[in-house]
Design a protein around this ligand. Structure first.
Ligand code: PMP
Length: 360
């Protein structure tokens, strides 16, 4: 079986061990004679899958006991609206840090529900950094402060979670489970599963229930966190197969040394690729300021943009997939999520050095 190296921004590669386990129990899950996809979400067997996934997530992220964990649908994008619907209470403003395409989308969505204040923006410099905290304009009466821990398109990542007077809300879509995070410092953290936690169709929300003010009156039950908490994320039929796959992926993370072990591997992978870019005599370039370079998504361009098509074509021929940059910025992007091995990154950097030798 020939498996490609997959550098896609998500959905992306799953760990081989996870695929193998899912394959092994595909037709007969836990002796039921049925696939996990074929059994009721309310069956004891599935409830155990659901419970175990939550416990493992809590263990790995050290989620404070009083926090609630929700397994929802609608992707991280739905959280852009669901957060203000549930957290505004009787406040009318929320603070947002604008650090790239995804925080921009979160801002746009929230503007329907409240007065969004932009605390700081790096738009003027092409989203190449996290704006210096000395210039932040925090509003102490904001319902919450929203930030995007890792900007998947621009490849910009926070070094530390921001500090501020308002409860902290984190879009951790492309970085949750790739490095340690202090959940207790946050009021709410959300991420879709298709990057580091399994497959598309599942969104995890971790929330301090003390923050759950009365949801806006127009909020449908399915988008009301408090209702989902009461129903243990089963107000309606949940995404059972993605939930199960998240469970397998979480066990794999535990076996891989937990967040510390995973983080070390991710740092080594990112360092190797950044080194290759920086040592290419300008053939390749990543323009994010060094401290804020993402370990998850590494965008880069070729000095000669005319070579991009050939680069992508040759890369695919070499079994290196998913390297095309996001349409809004062009160029290339290598996403090095948890399941991408160091060997895959070595294959990529070897290819890149060879391509630069031929065309440089
Ligand atoms: N936030 C970030 C940081 C993302 O990278 C993405 C998806 N790439 C989203 C939100 C939206 O996620 P979804 O496609 O699951 O709605």
């Amino acid at each position: 079986m020939a498996r490609s190296h997959n550098f896609s921004a998500g959905p992306t590669a799953l760990p081989m061990e996870v695929l193998t386990l899912a394959h092994e129990e595909f037709f007969d899950f836990a002796g039921t004679g049925m696939s996990v996809m074929e059994i009721s979400h309310r069956s004891e067997v599935f409830m155990e899958v659901a419970y175990q996934a939550e416990q493992d997530l809590r263990d790995i992220l050290q989620v404070p006991g009083e926090y609630k964990v929700l397994f929802l649908q609608g992707g991280a994008s739905l959280q852009f609206a669901q957060v203000p619907m549930n957290l505004l209470g009787n406040k009318r403003t929320a603070d947002y840090l604008h650090t790239g395409l995804w925080s921009g989308k979160a801002i746009e969505a929230a503007q329907r529900y409240c007065d969004v204040r932009i605390v700081a923006s790096s738009k003027a410099s092409g989203f190449d950094r996290i704006p210096d905290v000395s210039g932040w304009n925090l509003n102490p009466t904001a319902a919450y402060l929203h930030y995007t821990e890792n900007e998947t398109v621009h490849g910009v990542q926070f070094v530390d979670a921001p500090d501020g007077p308002a409860p902290l809300v984190c879009d951790a879509c492309s970085s949750l489970l790739s490095k340690p995070i202090d959940v207790a410092r946050h009021g709410l953290v959300y991420a879709a599963a298709q990057k580091n936690m399994g497959v598309a169709g599942l969104t995890v929300v971790i929330v301090d229930p003390a923050l759950l003010a009365t949801a806006q009156v127009f909020t449908p039950d399915l988008l009301n966190y408090a209702r989902s908490i009461d129903a243990q994320s089963m107000l309606n039929t949940p995404a059972t197969f993605p939930w199960y796959l998240a469970g397998l992926t979480l066990k794999w993370i535990k076996r891989s040394g937990g967040l510390e072990g995973i983080h070390r591997q991710n740092q080594a992978k990112a360092e190797l690729l950044y080194r290759t870019l920086d040592n290419s005599d300008g053939f390749y370039r990543n323009s994010v300021q060094a401290p804020f370079r993402s370990i998850n998504n590494l965008p880069f361009v070729l000095a000669d943009a005319g070579l991009e098509k050939a680069f992508l074509r040759r890369a695919e021929q070499a079994g290196l997939n998913g390297l095309k940059g996001h349409a809004s910025v062009g160029g290339m992007r290598a996403s090095l999520y948890n399941a991408i091995t160091l060997q895959a990154v070595e294959a990529l950097t070897d290819f890149m050095k060879g391509f630069a030798r031929v065309h440089g």
